[in-house]
Design a binder for this molecule. Structure first.
Ligand code: 13P
Length: 262
């Protein structure tokens, strides 16, 4: 069976609590519900609590953009996955902005993935090579290292709850936002699935959802969603406009339908 598509809005450090509520108010009016497309919003941490009361959680799921790997303790300023459990279904982990701006290491990201799973939260693990790594022909090595280290504490059953978002750093608007050719993305998606299948078998590899997370908008997204084994997308800037995010969701539904027919 084909995985449901997963379309995630990563608002990053945009939209305060009030703006987030207003967004949801408008978004609810334009959002078409498709059983085959799962919609997730990742707002600022502060907005999670109010939004959890404002969204219909059968139609919209919530994600944290980050959390700490320890469950409780003297870690000033941090929020744990334990504290988020029940509030969010997903957590974005290992985004390149966190790896680069906050120096998150492979080990820390592994521990965060482990902590999310331990607390019943599904990780959306972001992996991707930088421009110099791509130029040096190191894409596969980087993908291998980031993926394998992040899931190394998990059982096969647990790995099924991980979503992998392939986010080439050079394609994210923050770091240049170059247009990625879908052909190039296909090769990496295939490689991600190959790596998972080598370690956990073909069944687990099929169950894991793999998203594309470089820059997309409602025009470009179809080309990525149509790729073999691409189950959705992690949207940055284009998700800040509720209409354009709703169009991306409708596009995902159309692509899902046409893939099902193939
Ligand atoms: P942009 O869509 O703004 O390039 O961001 C992509 C991204 O980082 C999603 O997590």
């Amino acid at each position: 069976m084909m995985n449901r598509s997963l379309i995630v809005a990563n608002w990053k450090m945009h939209l305060n609590v009030q703006q987030a509520s207003l967004y949801v108010h408008h978004f609810n009016k334009v959002l078409n519900y498709h059983r085959s497309v799962e919609v997730v919003l990742a707002p600022t941490l502060l907005a999670l609590q109010p939004l959890s009361l404002e969204v219909d959680r059968r139609k919209i799921h919530l994600a944290a953009q980050n959390a700490y790997d320890k469950d409780e303790g003297p870690y000033t300023g941090e929020v744990s996955f334990t504290m988020l459990s029940g509030l969010v279904d997903y957590a974005i982990i290992g985004h390149s902005e966190r790896r680069i701006y906050f120096s998150e290491s492979l080990e820390l990201i592994r521990d965060k993935v482990t902590a999310a799973i331990r607390n019943g939260i599904k990780p959306i693990l972001c992996i991707g090579e930088s421009k110099p790594e791509r130029t040096a022909g190191e894409t596969k090595r980087v993908i291998h290292d980031q993926l394998m280290s992040a899931i190394s504490n998990l059982t096969a059953e647990e790995v099924k709850n991980v979503t992998v978002a392939y986010e080439p750093v050079w394609a994210i608007s923050t770091f240049g936002g170059e247009n990625a050719e879908p052909n190039e993305i296909q090769k990496v998606i295939d490689y991600i699935r190959y790596q998972i299948s080598e370690l956990y078998g073909a069944k687990v590899s099929n169950d894991v959802r793999v998203l594309y997370g470089g820059s997309v908008d409602d025009d470009s997204v179809g080309g990525y969603l149509a790729l073999d084994g691409c189950d959705g997308t992690l949207v940055g800037a284009a998700s800040l406009d509720y209409q354009s995010f709703a169009s991306i969701i409708d596009k995902a539904f159309l692509v899902y339908q046409s893939k099902k027919k193939d």
